[in-house]
Design a protein around this ligand. Structure first.
Ligand code: SF4
Length: 493
């Protein structure tokens, strides 16, 4: 299944601004959901935000946040009477609709609000009007029409056209810019799929909560465009969806959906491995082919490694483990070994800023006792500084798969613990890191070379003739595409 992320998608400026404003506050009550997304609401609850459905439920004198979709004047009055500190995050688009509804009413026009009467935005707009105003529509008479900002734009146009058949319509009924842009992207995707010469069954996945009006409208627009449409508010819901039969899948997200949910969903759909391990082979041959010294090859290889780390991050790969120096590599000429150790130290110091900026945790696996005290100090300082980051970059130095197993075995014996597969894992160099899903080896060699012998028992392998310094983003994508096609049975059927 081909996955295409539609642009634009996701959080709009109004929702972003509301969240940013709210996050600056402490001891806060929110009237209704601040944004219509369960992931965001759960996170805000964890931060101590309290949510109420009635303004009367906010304790007197406390801070209350009005959501991006606005409130009625009556609510503002009650807030004032209760001496509440109001933080108003009403989106400018919504405020514009309130103003239009008020202006129509002031001109003496009956006002028609297109939208879901149960939605807080519609209730807020309705609150601007007197009850009797809402009852005075007579045939042929003049009416003012406004709409909820997150409706289906085509549906708004249809309903306005329908009203025009009976009334003299003055309208400001339009959906907001963000809603329209996201709906237009879905329409564009559907027509591209329908007009493609290779017509294949296509679908559209909307990531957003059931409480999000604009997410539901995106699904509606996709169905109108001929797509098989799906909606998921969480990873659990996404994993339940049966996409069988769909060959081309567009992915979008509602205006309240956080980007990280889309990234995680896309990673899952594209079957991106969580942990990639690499045997970076070919630096020496790369240098020899160019008449350069082997050290030049190692330098070029180090540059490639920096790029690979970024490319893996961009693709949502959480763990990258690389084989930098094996226990056998100590047998190489002394000057090459010293050059490599100096290169590691330089590289780690130079990369520290990038690790902090990109929130990458650095770790070393291997026999630490073999390293010079200054290199070990650099390594351990960097490990300490980055220990709290989620994405991990693990470098195997003075590492051997057999050595790791022997070290683990000795540690288990010292502890006197009975050895099982589960207890044994606790003695590996990085026991908390999941086993690699994919191992990539460059330079045409078809061996495992003593790399992660225990951990790669069920890993998929990808071999390429490309020498490590020439390993490119396209080559990484080839390996990931090959992995995505594999069916990992792990001994099952
Ligand atoms: S969806 Fe539209 S109206 Fe609602 S907050 Fe975003 S920009 Fe504002």
């Amino acid at each position: 299944m081909k996955i295409e992320v539609l642009e634009p998608h996701g959080m709009c400026a109004g929702v972003n601004a509301a969240i940013a404003k709210a996050l600056k506050l402490k001891d806060v009550w929110c009237l209704h959901e601040l944004v219509h997304n369960e992931i965001v609401i759960d996170e805000l609850k964890d931060l101590g935000f309290k949510f109420v459905e009635r303004i009367e439920d906010v304790p007197e004198g406390k801070t209350v946040v009005f959501s991006a979709h606005g409130v009625s004047p009556a609510v503002r009055e009650i807030a004032k009477a209760r001496n509440l500190k109001v933080v108003d995050t009403t989106c400018p688009f919504v405020a514009k609709v309130h103003e239009a509804a008020k202006a129509f009413a002031e001109k003496g026009l009956p006002v028609v609000i297109l939208g879901d009467p149960k939605h807080v935005e519609v209730q807020g707009i309705a609150g601007e009007l007197g009850v009797e105003n809402r009852c005075r529509c007579r045939e042929g008479g003049k009416v003012g029409v406004v709409s909820q900002t997150t409706m289906n734009a085509d549906e708004v146009a249809k309903q306005v056209a329908e009203l025009r058949k009976t009334y003299d319509v003055e309208t400001m009924a339009e959906v907001c810019h963000a809603t329209k842009e996201r709906q237009d992207a879905v329409k564009k995707f559907c027509s591209a799929c329908l007009s493609s010469s290779v017509s294949s069954p296509f679908g559209l996945l909307v990531l957003g909560s059931q409480t999000s009006s604009n997410s539901k409208r995106l699904k509606e627009v996709a169905e109108q465009g001929g797509a098989k449409a799906f909606m998921a508010g969480s990873m659990e819901e996404l994993k339940e969806i049966d996409f069988s039969g769909v060959e081309r899948l567009g992915v979008t997200s509602g205006a309240s959906t956080p980007e990280r949910f889309l990234m995680e969903a896309v990673k899952f759909l594209r079957n991106v491995p969580e942990h990639v391990a690499m045997i970076m082979d070919g630096n020496g041959r790369w240098a020899t082919q160019r008449g350069k010294r082997r050290s030049e090859g190692h330098k070029a290889g180090a540059k490639t490694l920096g790029d690979v780390l970024n490319w893996c991050g961009e693709r949502g790969i959480r763990y990258l483990t690389v084989y930098a120096f094996s226990t056998e590599n100590w047998k190489r000429p002394k000057d090459e070994v010293e050059g490599l150790m100096a290169l590691f130290a330089r590289m780690l110091k130079a990369k520290e800023k990038d690790f902090m900026k990109n929130r990458v945790r650095f770790r070393m696996i291997g026999r630490r006792g073999d390293l010079s005290s200054s290199l070990l100090k650099t390594i351990e300082a960097l490990e300490g500084k980055t220990a709290h980051f989620e994405r991990q970059f693990i470098v195997a130095i003075s590492y051997g798969g057999r050595a790791e197993i022997v070290d683990a075995m000795n540690a288990a014996i010292r502890k006197g613990e009975p050895i099982t597969e589960e207890t044994f894992r606790n003695y590996l160099y990085a026991p908390d890191v999941p086993d690699p899903d994919l191992v990539i080896r460059t330079s045409g060699e078809l061996r495992t070379s003593n790399f992660l012998l225990w951990e790669t028992a069920y890993s998929e392998y990808y071999f390429t003739d490309v020498l490590w310094p020439d390993f490119s983003e396209a080559e990484l994508d080839k390996a990931l595409a090959a992995y995505a096609q594999r069916h990992r049975r792990k001994g099952g059927v």
